[in-house]
Design a protein around this ligand. Structure first.
Ligand SMILES: Cc1cc2nc3c(=O)[nH]c(=O)nc-3n(C[C@H](O)[C@H](O)[C@H](O)COP(=O)(O)O)c2cc1C
Length: 214
């Protein structure tokens, strides 16, 4: 174990896969789309997995991975259980932060903003597109609540399968959120720890762009 930790301590990764020039334009979502596509075109596993951080009523933060499902003009869309821990947090405090790490490209993107729900019709349409098993799972799981046993979950699934023999309606507690960005930072690893960091910050209706020290 000690040897293993020593190896980690001695690993000084050399970041040399790219540069982030000042020519990023003035629309961070357009620039994000370019990086997102490059992540999908690379060997990066699960480029759509992002960490979402929320803050509870005692100001304690928590993070978890969710999948980015849509990128729309307003922002970054993901789907979850509105009654989950993150849902409860967002109800009290809509501030949240998303983080992508695309290690293959040595890139990180941090998105800070306010979270709003997508409209019901959009959630309905996305729910309807999911496989039946996932649809039933959304009903079966009281996400983030204590679960007495695994068997209980399996039993609920069997019952739900009978309750909804054909179409499965969207549970009222399940749907999408949009993280509406107010600040987006793009990070590109560079040699000698002199990484590139370009930040877009919303000012009134337009975006200010600046570079930060690494
Ligand atoms: C790769 C991966 C993808 C995930 N995608 C989602 C997702 O899209 N929506 C979701 O609600 N949970 C997703 N989860 C589960 C969440 O990380 C988390 O456990 C769950 O949402 C409950 O979080 P909460 O109790 O903090 O609200 C995913 C987990 C992993 C590891």
């Amino acid at each position: 174990m000690e040897d293993f930790l020593q190896v980690i301590r001695d690993d000084h990764h050399n970041f040399d896969k790219g540069i982030l020039s000042d020519h990023v334009g003035n629309d961070p979502l357009a620039f994000f789309r370019i990086w997102y596509k490059e992540a999908f075109d690379s060997t990066q596993a699960e480029p759509h997995a992002m960490s979402i951080t929320t803050v509870d009523e005692l100001h304690k933060p928590s993070s978890r991975i969710v999948y980015l499902k849509e990128l729309i003009d307003e922002g970054f869309v993901y789907y979850t259980n509105y009654a989950s821990q993150k849902g409860k947090d967002l109800l009290k405090n809509p501030n949240s932060c998303a983080l992508f790490f695309w290690n293959v490209l040595e890139r990180q993107v941090r998105i800070e903003g306010i979270t709003v729900k997508v409209d019901e019709a959009t959630s309905d349409a996305y729910f309807a597109s999911r496989p039946r098993g996932s649809q039933l799972g959304a009903w079966a799981s009281q996400q983030s609540e204590l679960l007495e046993s695994r068997e209980l979950l399996e039993t609920r699934l069997l019952e739900l399968n009978e309750r909804f023999p054909e179409e499965v309606p969207r549970p009222p507690h399940w749907g999408g959120y949009i993280l509406v960005p107010e600040k987006i930072e793009f990070w590109q690893g560079r040699p000698s720890r002199l990484h590139d960091r370009i930040v877009f910050e919303k000012q009134n209706d337009s975006w200010a762009v600046f570079r930060k020290n690494p």
